[in-house]
Design a protein around this ligand. Structure first.
Ligand code: ATP
Ligand code: MG
Length: 225
């Protein structure tokens, strides 16, 4: 079953002088537990698509379906709940709280979701173990390496057992060894039942996915053009 799907998405940005068509008739889907990579040049529309699929932005035209439900027909409250509980977001620029520890950053979505403090402690421990940061859990995230920060983001994204993790250039700041670790982590995530949709410039990272989609000038294709 497709858990996330878009049909005929068009996105036009109204820039100062000329309108920019960032996405043009994009249709695609991700199945439950699937690991899909999107590859494309800078400016091809990858982040725009990810933001629309993740309910962070709206398309100019076209429909997005989450678990077969049309996102346009959801209330703002429903979309907000889905963002907090069904999606995990991993972005290149981290958005971690630098003065908070690894544990505190990972705990945040659980607080928002209303989980009891006693349950949170166990869940946070488990998440930090999954990403291999147990020994760093009390460290402020501003003192972590790029790879460790990224793994903290992934633990945080997994906190509420999302149906899908959306990752925008998760390895953009990382070396080859750290990137390979993140790819392994994504594979494990899918074994736990979450799907992963990852945007990347790296063909090497993309090759670890179940399926690769190619973006070019706002269009998407199964074939490299
Ligand atoms: N808020 C915005 N306002 C105007 N134009 C935008 C906006 N966001 C993106 N664009 C334009 O839309 C196009 C696609 O941008 P997008 O960020 O989706 O590309 P990308 O594939 O993610 O690139 P990169 O690999 O550099 O991150 C670009 O031409 C960009 O300049
Ligand atoms: Mg981008």
């Amino acid at each position: 079953m497709a858990i996330l799907e878009c049909r005929n998405i068009k996105k036009v940005f109204d820039a100062d002088e000329a309108a920019i068509t960032a996405l043009n008739d994009v249709s695609m889907s991700v199945d439950a537990g699937e690991f899909v990579a999107i590859v494309g040049r800078s400016g091809s529309g990858k982040s725009t698509l990810l933001n629309i699929l993740g309910m962070l932005d709206k398309p100019t035209e076209g429909e997005v379906f989450f678990e077969e439900k049309n996102v346009r027909e959801m209330s703002e409250k429903e979309r907000s709940t889905q963002r907090n509980t069904s999606f995990g977001y991993v972005f290149q620029s981290f958005f971690l709280e630098p003065e908070y520890t690894v544990s505190e950053n990972v705990e945040m979505p659980l607080v928002i979701a209303g989980m009891k403090a006693s349950e949170r402690t166990d869940r946070v421990r488990e998440l930090i173990e999954i990403v291999g940061l147990t020994e760093r859990k009390g460290q402020k995230t501003k003192k972590l390496s790029g790879g460790e920060k990224q793994r903290t983001c992934i633990a945080r994204a997994l906190a509420c057992n999302p149906s899908i993790v959306l990752a925008d250039e998760p390895c953009g700041n990382l070396d080859t060894a750290n990137s390979a670790e993140i790819m392994k982590l994504f594979r494990e995530i899918t074994k736990r039942g979450s799907a992963v949709l990852m945007v990347t410039h790296s063909e090497e990272d993309a090759a670890k996915a179940d399926r690769i989609l190619y973006m070019k000038d706002g269009s998407i294709s199964n074939e490299k053009q």
